[in-house]
Design a protein around this ligand. Structure first.
Ligand code: NAD
Length: 314
């Protein structure tokens, strides 16, 4: 299916995520069927979308006169069959995180849609590919959005063992067309990318809070004034190139962990920015040149964070 063919989508579940996902598709010019079992949630979803669109217009990110046009492209209904009747190139499920419910929805979706409709799940924590048994599993893919979906750019696109490469490509292209930043994983792993990292952070935070090692305010200030400045610029992987991979390897060894990945890098002499090659390849640029570029960005980030008073609690 060619990308330009995607004209209509259906979002199943109009809660925290569904209403925002529907809004993004409608902003992208697509007609959207929005389904929820609860009519009050559908009303609430449209009110929240209206309020969010007005905020975007206030910030100059959407022409004021488009607010109503975008809303008119969202068609709420409590009836799944009715939502699918005009056709759908892409359906995304964002209902409660309950395996039996998801299984039931996908069985219905498969029986109510043509074979070329891509069926996606927004699940955060379930192995949807183990739960849902489609007759044609090539159509099933994870498209995992982040709250609030109308603001956060990332959507993780995750194939199951039987998902077709075309379904992955279609999903990623559609998301790009909406202005999102899809990141495609090679295979399903629990937590995908971001939640795997976030789970590790949550464990560390809970331990510190339970043991009283620092107050909530101190922990947040510590993170905002260090990682908060660095991570938007270098991410969590390139960050290691600046720490230096030999040091990271030695820290890991001292903690009793041996990383084959790090051992290979160190044995190849790919130590990070200092050798112009680490996990990233700096194309022969000198360390000084790389650090100047990085530090210019750090300074801009720091100035911006201070300007918006980001180091204070929300
Ligand atoms: P939510 O509870 O806010 O909304 C779920 C909606 O599904 C409810 O409005 C409910 O009425 C509706 N629903 C239940 N059964 C239905 C059915 N049979 N047909 C149609 N609608 C039905 O949940 P949420 O936070 O939006 O999460 C939805 C999904 O998105 C979950 O799989 C969750 O893991 C995932 N997710 C959530 C977040 C988040 O930050 N909340 C982030 C990423 C992914």
């Amino acid at each position: 299916m060619e990308m330009k063919d995607a004209k209509r989508v259906v979002v199943v579940g109009a809660g925290t995520m569904g209403h925002g996902i529907a809004q993004v598709f409608a902003q992208g010019g697509l007609e959207v069927g929005l389904v929820d079992t609860d009519p009050e949630i559908l009303d609430h979803a449209l009110r929240k979308a209206a309020s969010s669109l007005e905020l975007l217009a206030e910030h100059g990110m959407l022409p004021e006169e488009e607010v109503d046009l975008v809303l008119q492209r969202i068609h709420p209904t409590t009836n799944l069959e009715e939502a699918l009747r005009p056709g759908a190139d892409f359906v995304i499920e964002a209902v409660f995180e309950v395996p039996d419910l998801k299984r039931e929805i996908f069985e219905k979706l498969e029986s109510l849609t043509p074979a070329d409709t891509i069926l996606a799940s927004n699940t955060s924590s379930l192995d949807i590919f183990g739960i849902v048994r489609l007759k044609d599993p090539r159509r099933l893919v994870v498209a995992h959005w982040f709250a609030p979906p109308q603001i956060i750019p990332l959507v993780e696109v995750v194939p199951g063992p039987l998902t077709s490469p075309d379904a992955v490509k279609f999903t990623a292209s559609l998301l790009s067309r909406l202005g999102k930043r899809p990141v495609v994983m090679s295979q399903f792993v629990p937590g995908f990318i971001v939640n795997r990292i976030q789970f590790a952070i949550i464990q560390a935070v809970l331990e510190m809070l339970e043991k009283g090692w620092a107050t909530p305010e101190e922990i947040d200030l510590a993170v905002k004034t260090s990682l908060g400045v660095r991570l938007p610029v270098v991410g969590v992987v390139q960050s290691l190139d600046f720490t230096g991979l030999r040091l990271v390897r030695d820290i890991e060894l001292a903690a009793g962990r041996k990383s084959a990945f790090l051992e290979t890098k160190v044995s190849q002499g790919h130590l990070g920015a200092s050798t112009s090659r680490g996990i990233y390849d700096y194309g022969g640029r000198s360390e000084q040149e790389i650090l100047r570029k990085r530090d210019r960005l750090y300074l801009q980030m720091l100035r911006h964070l201070e300007t918006i008073k980001a180091f204070e609690p929300v």
